[in-house]
Write a protein that binds this ligand. Structure first.
Ligand SMILES: [Zn+2]
Length: 57
């Protein structure tokens, strides 16, 4: 399962969420909230882990 990484714009708390793509889409529609301050202003970070999976050499 992919790991989704987020950074809260409000308190700068970084957090990660491991869930399926379907579950992630559902969460995104409801709004992803910071576990620390509860703010919904979170940026998604692109993790290196996801980039590596599509690389073929
Ligand atoms: Zn926060």
């Amino acid at each position: 399962m992919p790991t989704y990484e987020f950074l809260c714009q409000k308190c700068k708390k970084a957090f990660a969420s491991v869930c399926s793509v379907t579950e992630y889409e559902q969460r995104k529609q409801r709004g992803i909230k910071c576990p620390k301050c509860g703010s919904s202003k979170v940026d998604q970070q692109i993790s290196a882990f996801q980039v590596q999976t599509s690389k073929k050499s």
